[in-house]
Design a protein around this ligand. Sequence first.
Ligand SMILES: [Zn+2]
Length: 151
Amino acid sequence: MDNLINCTRCSSDACYLNEVTQDIKTYFCYGCGYQANSIMKEGEEFYEQQIAMLPELYKDLLNKDDDGMIWMPSTINLPQQGMVFANGPSKEDWGWAAVKAVPVTETEKEKYPIPGKKGQHYEWRMDMTTLQMFPEHDFMDCLSYIGVLPE
Ligand SMILES: [Zn+2]
């Protein structure tokens, strides 16, 4: 069951709670772009595994709430729409980068082969020339930019 709740991090009312099981809850806040998971707690194996794979900026931006749950910036990657990720030199100076996906044209086909699948190519690619930076509090504008939310 899904619910909208108040975000413990930014206090917006756009935090989406998904109760996967009785013990596992995931949180995704459209207000601040952060996400959390009830099993993402320090010392848990799942947590340590996830953290090890994160880019340095994400590690620096991790945020522990009063319940010990760890919030991290979201990464959106939708092959046919685009991607949104935290970007910047440091946690004092970062924002959201949004990039639009575009269809791969007939002449570009050979540049985007699917690994291990002979003769097949991707239908969509991320067009890095569309990369646009948004301030930290404008996460929802990023989603509009790549067409996930209406303008
Ligand atoms: Zn929030």
